[in-house]
Design a protein around this ligand. Structure first.
Ligand SMILES: Cc1ncc(COP(=O)(O)O)c(C=O)c1O
Length: 913
């Protein structure tokens, strides 16, 4: 049997084991040849052993049924066994066990099976009571377990909004394994009888224990602490769950403890009805969608419309002779829910007091922020809101140069003095990585030395990057705060909303880290470590500080903002985004300016459907985000593995690993690939805990240079036109496949089929190729894989836009507006006048943003000096799209006279400060 390390997750392992057991038990029924029968028996025995480690953590089929199947096998009742296993496997695959009781006895007729199929329509499924599982942690005998479960099921009432089954495990370790492994669990009841250790520990289960924070930490605990500690540990891995602690300890004793996700403490062990009602209430609190529900209710009310919105109630469509097809396509509900009303149960996004306010509060809980704001026009707008709210004209902002264009425009609007930070280049693949921490510290220390630290306001980074590079958020924030203790951080998490719902990813999100930092900075241990480091570094120079892991002062302010395109990675209509705030000074200092910035950028007619979808998207992640993200990663991992091990694909394609995309010095764990042919899966937790950068494996970059096509041709002419596969990011020789919570394993299988077909066609083509054709192909490949233009760094702002030449910040706003006057600008041809000017040593300054696509970020911004490296890069770029560049005219630059009209000194005086 395959080793467990062959499987990325235990859920995948479980599904495959059941399906193998079904095949093997069917073989037992059919097979007559003794040898084959023996081998099938051996297989069934092994499968039972393997499943015996997994099944105790799931309610269905339950250990009683599982043991029954084992006895059927031991007693040679192969037909019965095959029957039962088939039914279990089918119920697991279709999820039927969530909807009804599955009879496993061979004599029983599954009356509802037909119905169940019919119940698959979306309307019917929407009417069903959702199902979940409750984990009870207590060491009990079989008889006591039956008693516990029967008490739980006796509490069920017809009017309950959900139904659930119980799973009982004996120990703290088992409980951790269960919550990490069984995504159906929504609530945990911790009873006083729990013990510490699991009897079940094996390779894959250990992997889960590591994720929960390692088993070492809990080894030294007293038994009475197991319950509270379990509640705390679960909070680290699945903070959305509810725990109920049943205890015999005194109220006073419990009152002073940190109980993590515990919602209520019970002193009476046997009050099952109270427990039942609490469990339902806890899940209902997550299931609640105040704005979506309000909108549904509103759309049911009869109303006369006398405001400006003809589409409201579909009136302008139903009466139309020409646009009926729109009504037919969308159906009536969307128009019944289209309104500009802000009362009658609805609310105003610009001044929320009702269901929108509540929906935002629930989102804040779900994403771990202190305040959350919805936006109906994308993260582009969220970024501008945050920058405007926090940055005053003249404030210095450190920003990664390859960030999304909304930030550059945000800087222009805010009048920031920008310090562009360079990401490390990945020349081989024509893409940038991320900004090394040393680069950020270097910039901050330089500003400090120049006496400008008080003007430094914000550090703005993209996490994760389009290509999936993820920062060590904790380390970056702590070390920056050590230099500038009130620095504001804006993490552009446009691509990272889902990260909150996986324990591995969560530790690298802005909100989680902000919450951890707030706690950590207050501890005595932190203060002691800080004091010690201060003594050590008393006379240290900048070089030493850059090379030392700096500790933030205990009084540092934690000021963190994260912007997320909910619509990119979670369920939301397009443009649905959120701003999450975790800023200790928000209320005192920012609230008013934030409000103004929000008003500046938010439409007075925000789209209700988008707001409702954000509300529902939040419900989803609080109840099944963990499951969906896990499945997404599973799908991505199986894609990585299938492509990197397929012999035909290896000839033309290569999946880029963490080792390819992150230089060794930033991978302290030493891990270069999450999958290895010999060792199987690496435990990602280690790298994610310590490395400077990690790779989000759900974004799969495929090097396609070996096919002789560049990334853009491969995307449009091969994947899109020939196979209908859509992707949106390419580089010169790579394409990026993104998985998301909607990616299925069949879509992954289809992609792999397509790649194999492409590879086979290339094989055939090359087989028949003439010598010349072969040479041309090799040349194309060589050109794409070896002759790459080096990516240029940010050169510098021209002196006219800099206050001095000591530090690099530049006034992008002045440059931007200088170009509004046509007489200030001129055009230069790349291969003509511009080349000549640079060769003659002239300083040429860009008047606008130049954004080649790919890579999709500005290689020139207004006011930036054009270096010969940038010119060389532009000339070598073989892309069709360069935003801001006019092929007929050339590159727009400032005239020397325009630059001369802006002496730095004059400009400085004009500055607001
Ligand atoms: C890093 C980053 N930030 C912000 C945005 C803008 O997000 P939205 O499309 O939601 O406006 C994008 C869009 O691709 C992005 O890649």
């Amino acid at each position: 049997m395959d080793s467990v390390s062959e499987y990325y997750s235990a859920t995948q392992l479980r599904a495959e084991r059941w399906s193998e057991l079904r095949q093997a038990s069917n073989t037992l029924c059919r097979e007559t040849a003794a040898k084959k029968l023996d081998s099938a028996k051996k297989k069934v025995t092994e499968l039972f052993e393997s499943l015996a480690l997994i099944e105790p953590y799931w309610a269905f089929p339950g250990m009683a049924a599982f043991d029954h199947m084992r006895r059927q096998f031991e007693n040679g009742n192969h037909d019965d066994l095959a029957f039962t296993v088939t039914r279990v496997t089918r119920a697991l695959t279709t999820g039927a066990y969530r909807r009804r009781t599955i009879p496993l006895d061979r004599d029983s007729v599954d009356d509802e099976e037909q119905n169940d199929e019919a119940m698959q329509s979306p309307e019917a499924r929407a009417m069903m009571r959702p199902y979940f599982e409750v984990l009870i942690v207590d060491q009990v005998s079989d008889q006591q377990e039956r008693w516990l479960k029967s008490n739980v099921s006796r509490m069920r009432r017809h009017e309950d909004p959900f139904h659930y089954e119980a799973v009982v495990v004996p120990s703290l370790e088992d409980a951790l394994i269960a919550v990490l492994f069984n995504h159906n669990i929504q609530a945990i009841v911790v009873r006083p009888g729990l013990v510490l250790k699991s009897k079940n520990a094996n390779e894959i289960l250990n992997k889960y224990l590591n994720t929960a924070g390692g088993s070492n930490a809990i080894d030294v605990m007293q038994p009475e602490d197991y319950g509270p500690e379990l509640c705390r540990l679960i909070q680290r891995v699945r903070p959305e769950l509810d725990a109920y602690l049943v205890t015999e300890r005194s109220v006073e004793d419990i009152a002073g403890l940190d109980l993590g996700i515990c919602r209520r403490v019970f002193y009476n062990q046997e009050d099952f009805m109270e427990l039942h009602l609490n469990i339902l209430r806890g899940v209902a609190a997550r299931n609640k969608t105040p704005f979506f529900t309000a909108l549904v209710e509103y759309s049911k009310q009869p109303t006369g419309v006398f405001h400006a919105m003809p589409i409201s109630r579909g009136k302008s469509i139903t009466r139309s002779h020409w646009i009926q097809d729109m009504g037919a396509f969308y159906g009536p509900n969307i128009f019944l829910a289209e309104t500009s009303a802000t009362s009658g149960g609805l609310d105003s996004l610009l001044d929320p007091h009702g269901p929108i306010k509540e929906a935002q509060e629930l989102a804040s809980r779900a994403f771990g922020s202190k305040q959350t704001f919805f936006a109906t026009n994308g993260t582009s707008t969220c970024n501008k809101i945050v920058v405007q709210a926090l940055v005053r004209p003249g404030d210095i902002v450190l920003v990664d140069r390859d960030c999304h264009k909304s930030h550059h425009y945000g800087m222009v609007l805010a009048g920031a003095e920008v310090v562009y930070l360079d990401s490390y280049p990945l020349n081989e693949y024509s893409m940038y990585g991320a900004v090394p921490l040393k680069e950020i510290k270097h910039a901050l220390l330089k500003l400090k030395a120049a006496g400008k630290l008080d003007r430094v306001r914000m550090l703005l980074l993209t996490n994760c990057t389009f290509d999936g590079l993820v920062y060590n958020v904790d380390r970056v924030m702590e070390e920056c705060l050590a230099i500038k203790p009130d620095l504001v951080f804006l993490w552009d998490e446009a691509w990272f909303a889902f990260a909150r719902f996986s324990p591995t990813y969560r530790q690298r999100t802005g909100m989680r880290t902000a919450n951890n930092l707030r706690k950590r900075l207050r501890t005595d241990a932190h203060k002691a470590a800080y004091d010690a480091q201060q003594k050590e570094l008393a006379d240290a120079d900048d070089e030493t500080r850059i090379n030392t892991r700096l500790i933030a002062p205990p009084e540092a302010r934690v000021r963190v903002y994260a912007t997320q395109s909910t619509h990119k990675t979670l369920t939301s209509l397009r443009q649905g985004s959120m701003i999450h705030v975790n800023d200790q000074d928000f209320k005192g200092e920012v609230e008013q300016s934030f409000h103004e910035a929000y008003m500046t950028h938010t439409s007075t007619s925000p789209n209700y459907q988008i707001i409702a979808s954000l509300d529902v998207g939040r419900r989803q992640v609080e109840l099944e985000g963990f499951e969906f993200v896990q499945r997404q990663i599973e799908a991505a991992m199986s894609m990585r593995r299938a492509i990197s091990t397929h012999p035909t694909l290896q000839k033309y394609f290569r999946i880029l690993t963490a080792g390819d995309m992150i230089p060794e010095e930033y991978r302290q764990s030493g891990v270069s690939s999450y999958y290895d042919d010999e060792q199987g899966w690496t435990d990602m937790w280690d790298c994610w805990e310590q490395d400077d950068f990690v790779l989000d494996p759900s974004r799969v970059t495929l090097a396609v240079g070996g096919t002789g096509w560049d990334g853009d041709t491969f995307k449009t002419q091969i994947l899109m036109d020939k196979y209908g596969i859509q992707i949106n990011k390419t580089s010169r020789n790579t394409v990026l496949f993104m998985t998301n919570i909607g990616t299925t394993r069949s879509s992954v299988a289809y992609l792999i089929e397509v790649l194999v077909e492409i590879a086979n066609e290339l094989d055939e083509l090359l087989d028949d190729a003439s010598k010349m054709e072969r040479r041309a192909f090799d040349k194309r490949v060589q050109n794409l894989t070896e002759n790459y233009p080096p990516l240029p760094d940010f050169s510098r702002f021209h002196d006219a836009f800099r206050p001095d030449d000591v530090t690099p910040e530049g006034d992008i706003r002045t440059a931007y507006y200088l170009s509004y006057e046509e007489t200030n600008c001129d055009y230069m041809e790349l291969d003509g006048s511009l080349k000549d000017a640079l060769e003659a040593g002239q300083e040429v300054v860009s008047a606008g943003f130049i954004i080649p696509y790919p890579p999709g970020f500005p290689i020139l911004v207004p006011g930036q000096v054009i270096s010969s490296e940038i010119l060389a890069f532009m000339r070598a770029l073989d892309v069709n799209e360069i935003h801001g560049y006019r092929a007929d005219l050339g590159l727009r630059v400032f005239t020397p006279e325009a630059l001369a009209s802006l002496p730095p000194a004059k400009k400085l005086k004009l500055r607001a400060k």
